[in-house]
Design a protein around this ligand. Structure first.
Ligand SMILES: CC/C=C\C/C=C\C/C=C\CCC/C=C/C(=O)SCCNC(=O)CCNC(=O)[C@H](O)C(C)(C)COP(=O)(O)OP(=O)(O)OC[C@H]1O[C@@H](n2cnc3c(N)ncnc32)[C@H](O)[C@@H]1OP(=O)(O)O
Length: 302
């Protein structure tokens, strides 16, 4: 699946601003520091990719401090890195994890949603849809190694993966807390959750805006495994090895068959979904709520 129009334009703009990339120009992997070990580690500003071509696996580390919020730049860079791996036949699986201590992702970047114009909100929401679609429909095996708090849009990313492994730390909660913020999740994210934990559990989780700590997350099925923090990466890689043992063609056709209807319902109503979002987020009352919420987040430290 290729990048959608707006996201592609932004990706090109990012690529044109090549100086921003600390690593090599995308598409031209460089040897890892120290070199000569056959690995092809690459990075843009906000995503670090550690490839292991011999295993057919790459680890993508989200590193957009402080909280890996889903800014337009972050989503664009993430999708560029993902596409690069998808276009390289050496890679069949990706482990997604965080490089920001204690936070997998804080979800939507609230500064993108505050005090901007409708065209910006439309572009932003299109990028969120694109992120979800690209991950949800990826041919590769995706394993989320969740090493931090994972609310809302962070949970959106994790839910697209084939497997979720959560580090056992009571602070590392996961879920869709949107109703607690006075907002409603989009229908496609609701469908993704229903496919994962079932209808009844989703009703409770969504209406109450539940954030599940590890034991409850495992019990409800929003994660597949909970492991000690120091075993997260090794567990994710061994889960991956099990999935990699399945012939790719059969596995990804099966994945597509299982996910097609859910993805299609967004693809068919993409523009209406964007319009809905723009109308909602542009309301004065929502803008006020957002400003108060952001202010509270900032004051937390003081
Ligand atoms: C109120 C929302 C209203 C409207 C949204 C509108 C429409 C959306 C409709 C549907 C979408 C559904 C799908 C997804 C929804 C979302 O993702 S909404 C975002 C929900 N996320 C959150 O509510 C998380 C908020 N953050 C936190 O709870 C905490 O930051 C944390 C637990 C993730 C981490 O805690 P700490 O490590 O203690 O870090 P700090 O709280 O000190 O934060 C550091 C720094 O980062 C800023 N920040 C935190 N989260 C965000 C964010 N989501 N976007 C932008 N910026 C964020 C925070 O303000 C601090 O900034 P500074 O003070 O350092 O400047």
């Amino acid at each position: 699946m290729a990048l959608a129009g707006g996201v592609r334009v932004r990706a090109r703009a990012l690529l044109r601003a090549g100086a921003q990339f600390r690593g090599p120009v995308l598409g031209r992997p460089e040897p890892a520091a120290g070199g000569g070990d056959g690995t092809r580690r690459f990075a843009n500003l906000r995503v670090l990719v550690e490839p292991d071509p011999a295993a057919g696996v790459a680890v993508m580390k989200l590193k957009s401090p402080p909280v890996n919020s889903l800014s337009l730049e972050f989503m664009t860079e993430f999708l560029i890195s993902l596409e690069k791996l998808e276009n390289d036949k050496a890679f069949r699986g990706v482990v997604i994890t965080s490089d920001c201590p204690g936070v997998f992702s804080a979800g939507l970047d609230l500064t993108e949603l505050c005090g901007q114009n409708p065209a910006h909100y439309a572009e932003y929401w299109k990028a969120v849809q694109e992120l979800w679609l690209r991950l949800f429909l990826s041919n590769m095996v995706l394993v989320a190694a969740i090493n931090g708090v994972c609310p809302a849009g962070g949970c959106l990313m994790a839910l697209t993966c084939d497997v979720r492994v959560l580090a056992d730390n009571p602070k590392f909660v996961i879920g869709l807390k949107e109703t607690q913020l006075g907002i409603v999740v989009p229908f496609w994210l609701k469908d993704n959750l229903v496919n994962t934990i079932g209808h009844r559990a989703s009703e409770h989780a969504l209406q109450l805006g539940l954030l599940f700590p590890p034991a409850e997350a495992l019990q409800v099925g929003i994660v597949d495994q909970v492991v000690p923090e120091d075993q997260l990466q090794s567990t994710a890689l061994s889960v991956m090895a099990r999935w990699m043992a399945i012939p790719d063609h059969a596995r990804h056709l099966t994945k597509a068959m299982m996910r097609k209807a859910t993805a299609d319902s967004l693809i068919k109503h993409r523009d209406a979904d964007i319009q809905n979002f723009v109308n909602f987020i542009s309301r004065d009352s929502i803008q006020k709520t957002l400003q108060v919420y952001l202010q509270k987040l900032k004051q937390k430290k003081g």
